[in-house]
Design a protein around this ligand. Structure first.
Ligand SMILES: [Zn+2]
Length: 136
């Protein structure tokens, strides 16, 4: 493993794998997105010790991010259904969009929290020096 002073991990792989926003090494979640036991979030980062829930109830804010993701997905799905099927039966839209919302809910749960910590939390930034194998 490389261990130089300019050790820097890329943003998008860290976001995709739900890594800690401060060190991009530790996992935010303890298990997979589509498991049978629901998603469990780690309390702190295993690498740098960051507490993910910044204050009690902090992840309520992620509901608004999740809502925005849902609306974007539903509008995209409605346009796609209209283009692909040309249907004017509302039940086609309702059925497909609701099924999609259920299927995508674990995705939205996870990435709304990731987006909240990466882009909407003041004072929480990437610290490349914390990506190193040893923390000084
Ligand atoms: Zn960390």
């Amino acid at each position: 493993m490389e261990n130089s002073n300019n050790y820097k991990l890329a943003l998008w792989p860290a976001v995709l794998h739900a890594k800690c926003p401060r060190c991009r090494r530790g996992n935010m979640f303890a298990n997979s997105m589509y498991g049978f036991h629901g998603q469990t979030m780690n309390t702190t980062c295993s690498h740098c010790g960051l507490t993910f829930e910044r204050e009690p109830g902090y992840f309520y804010v992620a509901m608004f991010v999740s809502y925005a993701l849902n609306v974007a997905q539903m509008v995209t799905a409605a346009v796609a259904i209209s283009i692909l099927t040309g249907s004017d039966n509302p039940w086609v839209y309702v059925t497909i969009i609701l099924a999609l919302a259920v299927i995508l809910s674990p995705f939205n749960f996870r990435y709304s929290r990731v987006a909240l910590l990466y882009w909407l939390t003041p004072g929480l930034h990437y610290h490349p020096e914390m990506s190193q194998d040893k923390i000084n």
